[in-house]
Design a protein around this ligand. Structure first.
Ligand code: SF4
Ligand code: SF4
Length: 195
């Protein structure tokens, strides 16, 4: 009889302790977010895959194909190609291939670039079952974001001009020739850009 009473007492005690915790949490602010409709603010030092940086003065990529980033990469992820337009002092990038399947986000390439022509992107939404989606053409990605004319197509004046045409927003901006996946922007991406 005594044992039964002790069991009832300990059972009720643990029940009320559990209910107390549940009720306490019920009145606390919500800590979860409704992903993908909501997202947390990405920390300032978040490292997404690298991306090319545009020169605000010209609208073209800052990269001048010195290949220091290519040499600095310990995983051999980067291949940079470019041309030297007639009369120009520096080369212009025409293809910047990143094999993100091998990238460890170590940052050696970003550190090696003296002109700040590459940086870490804020891209986090990269889930895919297709390996080819992680072989990225960063030059095409920059073009898709706002029109960077391919320097292999000079204008009548001989100098490449910023392009006005952009590819449709439903085309995966990362996709190179091997992959042309359709990947519409999510609400989460839109919210992140707004933050
Ligand atoms: S990104 Fe920087 S380091 Fe790499 S090729 Fe371009 S200018 Fe050189
Ligand atoms: S972050 Fe590191 S591993 Fe990734 S591309 Fe740059 S140098 Fe290579």
């Amino acid at each position: 009889m005594k044992n039964a009473l002790v069991e009832i007492y300990t059972g009720l005690k643990s029940l009320f302790i559990g209910l107390g915790i549940t009720i306490g949490q019920f009145f606390k602010p919500t800590v979860t977010v409704h992903y993908p409709h909501e997202t947390l603010k990405i920390p300032a030092r978040f490292r997404g895959h690298i991306e090319l940086v545009r020169d605000p003065a010209t609208g073209k990529p800052k990269c001048f194909v010195c290949k220091l980033c290519e040499k600095a990469c310990p995983s051999d992820c980067i291949t940079v190609e470019g041309i030297k337009p007639e009369g120009a002092k520096r080369k212009t990038v025409t293809n910047y291939r990143l094999d993100f399947t091998k990238c460890s986000l170590c940052g050696s390439c970003v550190e090696a670039c003296r002109d700040g022509a590459i940086r870490f992107s804020r891209e986090y939404n990269l889930a895919s079952t297709n390996k080819e989606d992680y072989i990225m053409d960063l030059f095409k990605r920059l073009e898709a974001e706002g029109g960077t004319q391919n320097p292999t197509q000079p204008t009548a004046g001989g100098e490449p001009q910023p392009a006005t045409a952009t590819i449709p927003s439903t085309t995966n901006p990362h996709a190179g020739p091997a992959s042309a996946q359709v990947q519409p922007a999510t609400t989460a991406q839109v919210q992140l850009e707004a933050k």
